[in-house]
Design a protein. Structure first.
Length: 398
């Protein structure tokens, strides 16, 4: 049967009657359990994809994933049992995509090695670029892998990162799966495909004779491997035989992944510590600014009080100057007011005590210099008789 590419086809019909499904007994969980769709990847497929991604100087590559999609008790399960190289892939607008020759090759390999299986997704190996989803990959996936259970597996073989992307409930956007499972069981189809499609780069021949010799040597090595394993042992390897170079590589990858995770945790711890220190510094600066603000407010209050005191003092000084200017006039007026009563006292308010032998005439002579003051003294004291005065009597001398 010949396979060809059809733009409206997903190629997931290239299979015969499906084999009866049985759950694997040996399973390793990678990440968390995603209840939207449980994804199981066979151990040989997982290992081969990393080897394939690092081959040919770690260039960008694509591959197809084959397996089975089943539903048990309402739960969707995707079993990935094989991987097919994306040979003859072409680059369009900076994106590595499946060409017509690639689709034809995938179909022929499914018919040869993976009968009874269907196309369940594809793989994008992007060394050194992480396991992020590119918009161009999502567009390619929506165009050619339209079934809601078909997946995209992004692998970075250099940094040992990988992620599955699945459709959301509306089947219009790709989302990152929480995790998946790697299972270990007999996988004759993938073992045979790995033997026939070694990812080890062969030595380039300088001339046709060397090329023929290399091909013959490769054929002999392949036959030697088959003879060492035996027809049945190659098909049904024991658990001890499965601990091979692939598992050793996987252990190294897991160890490096743990080291990277520890380094990431250390980085996060350091960033958290620095953030806490910066927060404390900011709080201290804020407290200092708040204290300085209160001090400034107190200083402004004191300055206002000083200014008010200065204003009052200036007013008092001005009043003193005015009072000093008017002080001589006020003193003169006061002296005039003081002198006038003294003169009045001298002229109107003097008291004389009559002594023995004195008369009004002698008293007038004493105060007025002659006897003309007798009548004034009599009028001032209400006397009727000038000769009628006694010793000790007080007389007002006007």
């Amino acid at each position: 049967m010949r396979y060809y590419f059809d733009g409206d086809s997903n190629l997931y019909g290239y299979h015969s009657d499906e084999k009866p499904f049985t759950f694997p007994t040996k399973v390793k969980q990678m990440g968390a359990v995603d209840h939207r769709r449980k994804i199981y990847v066979e151990d040989y497929v997982y290992t081969y994809l990393y080897q394939y991604g690092k081959s040919h100087s770690c260039t960008e590559k694509v591959a197809a994933l084959v397996g089975r999609q089943i539903e048990i008790d309402g739960e969707e399960i995707l079993m990935i049992c094989g991987a097919i190289q994306g040979k003859d892939a072409t680059e369009e607008n900076g994106t590595l995509t499946f060409s017509a020759a690639t689709w034809e090759y995938v179909g022929s390999q499914m018919d040869k090695y993976f009968q009874g299986m269907t196309l369940v997704g594809w793989v994008h190996c992007q060394p050194g670029f992480g396991a992020f989803l590119m918009s161009k990959d999502e567009a390619f996936h929506k165009l050619y892998f339209q079934e809601p259970w078909q997946v995209l597996f992004v692998v970075d073989p250099v940094d040992k990162l990988d992620t599955f992307y699945i459709y959301n409930e509306e089947a219009d956007v790709l989302q990152q799966a929480k995790g998946y499972f790697v299972y270990y069981e007999k996988n004759e189809e993938m073992q045979e495909y790995m033997l026939d499609h070694s990812v080890v780069k062969p030595k380039e021949a300088k001339n046709p004779e060397e090329k023929s010799e290399n091909e013959e040597q490769a054929k002999m090595e392949k036959e030697e491997i088959k003879s060492q394993e035996g027809p049945r042992r190659r098909r049904r390897p024991t658990p001890e035989e499965r601990i091979d170079a692939a598992q050793e590589i996987r252990r190294v990858l897991q160890r490096r992944a743990k080291e990277a995770e520890a380094a990431q945790r250390s980085k996060y711890t350091m960033l958290t510590s620095v953030s806490c220190i910066l927060c404390v510094i900011c709080l201290c600066l804020g407290y200092g600014l708040f204290s300085n603000l209160n001090r400034l407010e107190d200083l402004e209050t004191k300055m206002a009080m000083v200014q008010d005191s200065y204003t009052v003092l200036a007013e008092n000084v001005e009043d003193v100057k005015v009072q000093a200017a008017f002080a001589p006039r006020m003193t003169a007026a006061a002296e005039e007011e003081t002198e006038e009563p003294e003169e009045t006292q001298k002229t109107e308010g003097r008291i004389h005590v009559v002594e023995a032998g004195e008369t009004l005439g002698s008293i007038s002579q004493k105060y007025y210099g002659d006897g003309n003051g007798v009548e004034k003294i009599m009028n001032a004291n209400g006397l009727d008789n000038p000769n009628h005065i006694v010793c000790g009597q007080e007389l007002l001398i006007p």
